[in-house]
Design a protein around this ligand. Structure first.
Ligand code: KMT
Ligand code: NI
Length: 190
C-alpha cells in the first residue's frame, strides 16, 4: 500500500528530510490516482518491510512488463547519497525546488528510500514515501519535488518514454512556470 500524507509546512531553514506529517491520507492510492499519480508495488511485500534481500530479478520482470505496456523504452539507474555524490547537498537543493516537466516522471525505487512531494488540486503538498519495490509515475504538468529522507540514500531506476529529457520548469511566486529553470540530471557524470 502506498504510504502518503498531507504535509505540514516546513519552517524556513527546516529539514525536508524529516517526514513533516500534517494528516494521514485515507485512500491514498485512489487520492493519488485522481490527481494522475500512478503507483505500483512491484516487489513482494515482506512483513519486516526490509527488501534489501530481494534479488533484482524478482522485480525486474514486473518492471519490464509495466514498461512495455506503457511504452517506457529507456531507463537508467542513479544512486543518490553523500558518498556517491560530492555535490550531494547542492543536488538535493535542486531536486527540492518545485518544478514540473513536459513528460511523465517515472521512478522505481530499487534501494533505500525517499520522498516525492506532489501538489494536489487544492495546491497542498502530498508527500509520498517510496521504498524498494515502489514504482511511481507523476503525470506531465504536475508540480512536484524530491527529497531524500533521513537515511540519505536512494537507488532509483528512472524510466523514460523516449530519450531522457531533463528540462524542469520551476514554479515562480505568481504560479506561472518559467522555462528550463533547473537541470535535474544526477547522472553518472556528476
Ligand atoms: C527528479 O527528477 O527530481 C529526480 O530524478 C529525483 C531523484 S530520483 C529518486
Ligand atoms: Ni521532476
Amino acid at each position: 500500500m502506498v504510504s502518503a500524507w498531507l504535509m505540514s509546512d516546513i519552517a524556513p531553514g527546516g529539514d525536508p528530510r524529516l517526514a513533516h506529517v500534517s494528516a494521514p491520507l485515507p485512500e491514498a492510492q485512489a487520492f493519488l490516482k485522481d490527481i494522475g499519480v500512478l503507483y505500483w508495488r512491484l516487489a513482494p511485500i515482506r512483513p519486516e518491510g526490509d527488501l534489501s534481500d530481494v534479488p533484482e530479478s524478482e522485480y525486474l520482470a514486473q518492471l519490464d512488463a509495466v514498461a512495455s505496456e506503457r511504452g517506457y523504452k529507456n531507463r537508467d539507474q542513479v544512486e543518490i547519497s553523500p558518498t556517491k555524490m560530492p555535490n550531494y547537498e547542492t543536488l538535493c537543493g535542486v531536486f527540492f525546488q518545485e518544478h514540473l516537466h513536459d513528460d511523465e516522471e517515472i521512478r522505481f525505487c530499487a534501494g533505500g528510500s525517499g520522498y516525492f512531494d506532489v501538489r494536489d488540486r487544492a495546491d497542498r503538498w502530498i508527500r509520498i514515501a517510496v521504498t524498494p519495490g515502489d514504482l511511481l509515475v507523476l503525470p506531465a504538468g504536475i508540480y512536484h519535488r524530491f527529497s531524500p529522507d533521513e537515511k540519505n540514500y536512494i537507488k532509483a531506476i528512472r524510466l523514460f518514454q523516449d530519450a531522457p529529457r531533463w528540462e524542469a520548469h520551476a514554479r515562480t511566486v505568481n504560479n506561472v512556470s518559467s522555462a528550463a529553470a533547473a537541470s535535474v540530471q544526477p547522472a553518472g557524470d556528476l
